[in-house]
Design a protein around this ligand. Structure first.
Ligand code: CTP
Ligand code: CA
Length: 225
């Protein structure tokens, strides 16, 4: 068979991707955020579309263009991201949780700007919902639930712990302590783990890493049929 006549690898699949940071508001002018650029998740959404999938992208606050042909839903807080992801869940074949969701958010968002007073300030933070774990436990769970793990040490141990604890099918881990593969750059390297497997995707452009990750996702989906 001529390669170009084969259907694209993700034709007929529906993929839901979350990307970017979340911003948790303290008051009308201040928030808690993180350094996620959203580039990895946007690259996954773009590559999945190119590979023939129907793609929905739930995006935190990022300054990135919407990949062509991708349906985008913009959100800000973790709680909003959870709502958007869970609403889009029915009918998806896979969920790829590439967002850097805040683990804690201010217990309350003040309606007025907080005025300074005193020499120190204590903010009370409360845990946010774990969107990925909620997707994996949901009645409308996609057949394949894929998480990311950003670690600074013991990559495989922490990644496999998240794989089991959250009930995932795949986890893509990156060592954010290594130069050139952090949150903000255009390059990344990933180690992908599943129950009885591992594959390392060497340092390269996030666009290439995204395609390689999606080939593993396509393979896992095919293996389930
Ligand atoms: N995640 C999520 N909701 C959260 C926190 C994390 O959906 N409230 C998802 C991320 O999108 C990612 C995965 O969980 O796919 C792992 O995120 P990470 O921050 O590495 O793990 P945590 O479980 O938050 O653990 P910790 O930050 O303590 O390492
Ligand atoms: Ca976290």
């Amino acid at each position: 068979v001529i390669a170009s006549l084969r259907p694209p690898r993700l034709a007929g699949r529906r993929l839901l991707v979350s990307a970017g940071p979340t911003f948790e508001d303290i008051d009308p002018v201040r928030f808690l955020g993180n350094r996620s650029s959203g580039k990895m998740g946007f690259a996954v959404a773009d590559a999945a579309r190119r590979m023939g999938a129907e793609v929905t992208l739930v995006a935190g606050p990022v300054s990135l263009p919407t990949p062509p042909g991708v349906t985008r839903v913009d959100v800000r807080r973790a709680a909003q991201m959870r709502e958007a992801v869970l609403s889009a869940l029915p009918g998806q074949d896979a969920y790829v949780g590439a967002a850097a969701v805040a683990d804690y958010a201010p217990a309350e968002t003040l309606p007025q700007k907080l005025k300074k007073s005193g020499e120190s300030l204590t903010l009370t933070l409360v845990r946010t919902p774990d969107i990925l774990a909620d997707v994996a436990a949901h009645p409308a769970r996609p057949r394949l639930v894929v998480g990311f793990a950003a670690e600074t040490s013991d990559l495989e141990t922490y990644a496999r712990d998240k794989l089991h604890r959250k009930g995932l099918d795949l986890i893509a881990a990156n060592d954010v302590s290594r130069p050139g593969q952090g949150f903000e750059g255009d390059d990344n390297a990933l180690s992908v783990f599943w129950r009885d497997g591992r594959r390392d995707l060497a340092l390269g452009p996030k666009t290439r890493i995204a395609t390689d990750l999606l080939l593993i996702i396509a393979e896992r989906l095919e293996a389930m049929e």
